[in-house]
Design a protein around this ligand. Structure first.
Ligand SMILES: [Zn+2]
Length: 376
């Protein structure tokens, strides 16, 4: 079951026996530029999802009433109804929600001030807006709130983000994995060693391209089955994400099944010449190592043709001192992962542009648009 099938056949998947008054129409936020409408039961949408979220938060010392600042990635404001109901619940629960749009409207200093003055105990949000705040606080440490944890989700959390947040906020960051269609799917406990699946709400399967179950340790597509949505049963629903299952037992003692890692979206896979497709995130560490040393903060990998990638960087105004040496290093290091026959090019651009409503991406694949790869 894919997003496209739901979009094209929504009413056929709807359960006729389920009372319409007990269901609720939802839409995905469109953060991946493809919003989709679906139905959920009111119970699942409200109580069960709330319980799942609260369980994750309580694993990190966040109870009802703990003061939290929620840094939301949404740039467009919510509808008035959503704002009133959410504002009431969050107000009672002592949560302050700050939208990324405030950064553009009022400037980052106002945004940081608002977060600081609220005196939160915990920061919640997506890695991008937390990162924007953290980078500002590096130069303005007086506005750093004293929090005991940073809880993120909704976007890829990189090692670099985690390091930055630890340095700035002086505490640990915990990641969780979810989707609007299934709320919280998996979460990191204090051990930071993989993700516990919220198994009482979701069945998670990691499969290959023929939908066959993959053994632990092998990256594959994530299929989820929602165990509580009787209004529109989502069975073996393809979220478009790539993850790795694990058969390890976590030291924390939770008996829930585990994922060892999340590797991003299917659209962030790199198609190599001789090694098949490889998660783009495998290049992340090398990328940071090679580029950060040269003071390059903005970069992304673009795949326009299968078997070839372009590393786009936005260098300082004076340009890069020795681009050919960087290109050689990239070829060397990336070649070990992608195979030496995969083309690796360096391109300097003025600015890395992120679409306004989209999540940040490390790998931008244009193969789907170009129709270069079938089955994408
Ligand atoms: Zn654990």
């Amino acid at each position: 079951l894919t997003k496209r099938i739901i979009r094209d056949n929504g009413n056929d998947i709807l359960c006729n026996a389920y009372p319409p008054k007990d269901r609720v129409r939802c839409t995905t936020s469109g953060s991946t530029l493809e919003p989709m409408a679906f139905y959920d039961t009111k119970e699942n949408h409200v109580s069960i999802s709330f319980g799942a979220r609260q369980r994750v938060r309580s694993a990190h010392g966040v109870g009802l009433g703990t003061k939290c600042v929620f840094l939301s990635i949404r740039y467009q404001p919510d509808s008035i109804g959503t704002r009133i109901s959410r504002g009431t619940i969050e107000g009672l629960n002592r949560t302050l929600r700050l939208y990324s749009s405030l950064i553009f409207r009022d400037g980052i200093s106002k945004y940081a001030e608002k977060a600081y003055k609220f005196r939160p105990e915990v920061i919640l949000g997506s890695p991008s807006p937390v990162g924007v705040l953290a980078r500002y606080l590096q130069h303005n440490p007086g506005l750093t709130p004293r929090v005991h944890a940073v809880l993120v989700g909704g976007e890829q959390l990189t090692l670099q983000d985690r390091e930055l947040f630890r340095n700035v906020f002086n505490c640990e960051t915990y990641d969780s994995y979810g989707a609007e269609e299934q709320h919280t799917i998996a979460f990191q406990c204090r051990e930071h060693d993989g993700y516990h699946i919220v198994a009482e709400n979701t069945v998670v399967e990691i499969v290959d391209d023929a939908n066959r179950l993959l053994p632990p340790g092998q990256p594959g597509r994530v299929l989820i089955t929602n165990l509580h949505n009787y209004a529109m049963p989502l069975i073996r629903y393809d979220l478009g994400d790539i993850a790795v299952a694990s058969d390890a037992q976590c030291r924390c003692g939770r008996g829930l099944p585990m994922l060892s890692s999340l590797l991003g979206r299917e659209g962030e896979m790199i198609y190599t010449r001789s090694r098949g497709k490889i998660p783009g995130l495998y290049l992340w560490y090398e990328c940071v190592k090679l580029l950060a040393d040269r003071g390059i903060e903005q970069y992304q990998i673009v795949q326009e043709e299968a078997g070839e990638i372009v590393v786009e960087i936005s260098a300082a105004k004076e340009g890069l001192r020795d681009p050919s040496s960087l290109e050689r290093s990239l070829k060397n290091e990336f070649g070990k992962i992608l195979g030496e026959d995969t083309g690796i090019l360096l391109r300097q651009v003025e600015k890395i542009v992120i679409p306004e409503y989209a999540k940040r991406k490390f790998v931008v694949s244009l193969l789907k648009e170009k129709g270069s790869v079938s089955g994408l």
